[in-house]
Ligand binder design. Structure first.
Ligand code: ZN
Length: 160
C-alpha cells in the first residue's frame, strides 16, 4: 500500500486520448463549460478538472503554453501556476472542507507523466479513509459526485 504515490499513476488514463492531439491544448481552445471542464482562466495558466479524477475535486493547473518542462516557461508563468495551485487548495477547503491534499508534477515518461508535452500540476484532495469508500474495480473508480456537479461547484467558487 502506498497511498501517497497512487494519485500520480495516471498515465493509462491520459494516454487514452494521446493519439488525438494534446488534450490540454484542445480543452483550452474551447469555450469553458462542463465539456472542457476549465473552471478558471488566469493570465498565463488555467485550472481544469481532471476528467478521470482520483478523488472528487481533483484539479490541475496548466500553462496556456504547450511546453513539457517547467524551465521552458517564463518565471511569471511559473509564479502564477503556484498561486493558482495555492488558490485551488483554498477553493477545495471552501467547497469540500478538504484538509489534506496531494500536490505534484510528473515530468517525463519515467516519472509517469500522461500528457508528456504539456506540463501540469495535480491538486488532489484527500480525506481520511478515501481509499476505502472509493473502491477501485480494475481501473474504474467510484466517485461520490458526478463530474458535472463538481465542475459547477468549483467553477462557481472560483468566480464568486
Ligand atoms: Zn498542449
Amino acid at each position: 500500500m502506498n497511498h501517497l504515490w497512487s494519485p500520480w499513476r495516471m498515465s493509462y488514463i491520459e494516454n487514452h486520448t494521446k493519439e488525438h492531439g494534446c488534450v490540454f491544448c484542445i480543452a483550452q481552445a474551447k469555450t469553458d463549460s462542463e465539456e472542457n471542464l476549465i473552471a478558471f482562466r488566469g493570465k498565463n495558466a488555467y485550472v481544469i478538472l481532471n476528467r478521470f479524477p482520483y478523488t472528487s475535486g481533483h484539479l490541475m493547473v496548466i500553462p496556456f503554453s504547450h511546453t513539457s518542462n517547467l524551465e521552458e516557461l517564463d518565471a511569471e508563468t511559473r509564479a502564477e501556476m503556484m498561486e493558482l495551485a495555492s488558490h485551488c487548495t483554498t477553493i477545495l477547503r471552501k467547497v469540500y472542507r478538504t484538509q489534506s491534499f496531494n500536490m505534484g508534477i510528473n515530468i517525463g515518461e519515467a516519472a509517469g507523466a500522461g500528457v508528456l508535452g504539456h506540463v501540469h500540476i495535480h491538486i488532489v484532495p484527500r480525506w481520511a479513509g478515501d481509499t476505502n469508500f472509493m473502491s477501485s474495480v480494475g481501473e474504474t473508480r467510484v466517485l461520490p459526485e458526478a463530474l458535472e456537479d463538481t465542475y459547477r461547484r468549483v467553477r462557481d467558487a472560483f468566480n464568486a
